[in-house]
Design a protein around this ligand. Structure first.
Ligand code: PLP
Length: 420
């Protein structure tokens, strides 16, 4: 049986698409060579390889790191950070994820329709009118404003379910985006006391800068959150499942593990940038996760240019020597951010080559002058391993001053994903 290919645009439907599917044989070569020299693409030659094996191992590594007690809520919002919510969640369900976290009811419904049975928390609240979709699809809503309590109670009443609707409470401890204020806890308790059809199942907060050890913000947030939990208890309310740790906190702040942790980036194999940077090395040693994404394309044109020739839109690059330019069929619509214009590298035949000229929507140009025997059809690795060389998404993120999740989510819809 070949592995499944997920159509980049098929939000829910997925299956094997013969013309795109790699053969078993090619997958075997891929494992050996750490790249897909054998994948046969009958179409635009740009593709992503997502290692479900690495993602599953990462979950198990996180489990080992946090110990047996805390539950793990795998954050698979935004199409599992661009990698494919359905195949990724299925793999994580098998590997032992206890909960899933998504951003809206549509994302939750996609997982339910694909057969995910574990609890799903919709992390960013709900829009008035959306409540009934939570009930119909067994999704767990969050209260992020006091007004939400009344809306959930009303929806639960009109659904006339046998059991009470469970929800989580989000408390704003300093991120200042979503969540009720600590000063609103008494009012929340009052609203809850007036509600008979809903039940507080969990209480959480979200850290703004968990990987920053040069400032006190996370310690302050944690302390304030604990005071809020105490206040709830004083008011006779059990906070239920207490959770706060995202990837940065899971890596380096064990006091935040509580009853559940919410890893996103580290599940996919990527760390945030820690401050101070030596903290990052400590984290990598203690919690070694493996990158799960490779992004590759083939050279579709080679062109030899004399010195003084402009390349690409707005002549952002001008050759200074006799230069061999390779063109690949992948641009910013595929996930190579435009900020990488004249910046950074890709791999060809195991060597680093520079991206030159403006990244355009569908095409990118590279200087391959120094790659002996470079040929039309050669594989270019934008992220991933080629021989002994590797480019990690997190390295590129650091290079252009963004976060890994930004790059992962930029992976274009039209890029076919192969699950290995
Ligand atoms: C509420 C919440 N928890 C956890 C996460 C996971 O964050 P990370 O990818 O840093 O682990 C996110 C992602 O933004 C989030 O919004």
């Amino acid at each position: 049986m070949p592995r499944r290919h997920v159509y980049p645009n098929g939000e829910r439907r997925f299956g094997i698409r013969k013309s795109f599917a790699p053969s078993w044989q090619s997958l075997a070569c891929l494992k050996k060579a750490h790249m897909t020299r054998g994948i046969k693409i009958e179409g635009r030659p740009v593709w992503a390889e997502v290692s479900l094996a690495a993602i599953s191992r990462n979950l198990r590594t996180i489990r080992k790191h946090i110990g047996p007690q805390p539950k793990i809520l795998a954050v698979v919002k935004s199409n599992a950070y661009g990698l494919g919510a359905v195949p990724v969640s299925k793999a994580l369900q098998k590997a032992g994820a206890d909960w899933f976290g998504v951003t809206c009811s549509n994302e939750g419904i996609e997982l339910r329709e694909a057969g995910i049975r574990k609890p799903i928390l919709v992390l960013t609240g709900f829009w008035p009118g959306e409540e009934k979709r939570f009930i119909a699809n067994a999704l767990t809503p969050c209260v992020t404003r006091l007004e939400d309590v009344r809306l959930l109670e009303r929806a639960a009443k009109s659904a006339r379910g046998k059991s009470r609707l469970k929800f989580h409470l989000k408390i704003n401890t300093g991120m200042n985006r979503l969540g009720i204020l600590p000063s609103e806890i008494t009012a929340f308790a009052g609203a809850l006391a007036d509600s008979s059809r809903i039940e507080l199942q969990g209480t959480f907060t979200h850290f703004a800068s968990a990987e920053d050890f040069s400032a006190r913000q996370t310690d302050d947030q944690e302390q304030l959150f604990r005071e809020c939990l105490d206040r709830l208890r004083e008011l006779g309310i059990s906070p239920g499942i207490v959770h706060m740790a995202n990837s940065g906190a899971i890596c380096a702040r064990p006091s935040t593990f509580a009853d559940m942790v919410r890893p996103g980036a580290i599940i996919y194999g990527y760390y945030q940038s820690f401050d101070p940077p030596q903290k990052g090395q400590e984290v990598r040693d203690r919690l070694p996760v493996e990158p799960s994404l490779s992004l590759r394309a083939r050279i579709i044109t080679l062109r030899d240019l004399p010195p003084g020739q402009p390349v690409g839109y707005s002549a952002k690059f001008v050759t200074e020597r006799p230069t061999r330019i390779a063109v690949i069929n992948a641009g910013y619509a595929d996930g190579i951010l435009r900020q990488r214009t004249n910046r950074g590298c890709a791999l060809v035949r195991g060597r680093r080559v520079s991206l030159v000229g403006a990244i355009s929507m569908d095409l990118t140009t590279l200087d391959v002058t120094d790659v002996p025997e470079v040929a039309l059809g050669d594989i270019v690795t934008i992220y991933g391993r080629d021989g002994n060389a590797e480019i990690k998404v997190s390295d590129v993120a650091r290079e252009i001053g963004t976060v890994t999740s930004d790059l992962l989510c930029a992976l274009g819809r039209r890029v076919p994903r192969y699950y290995l």
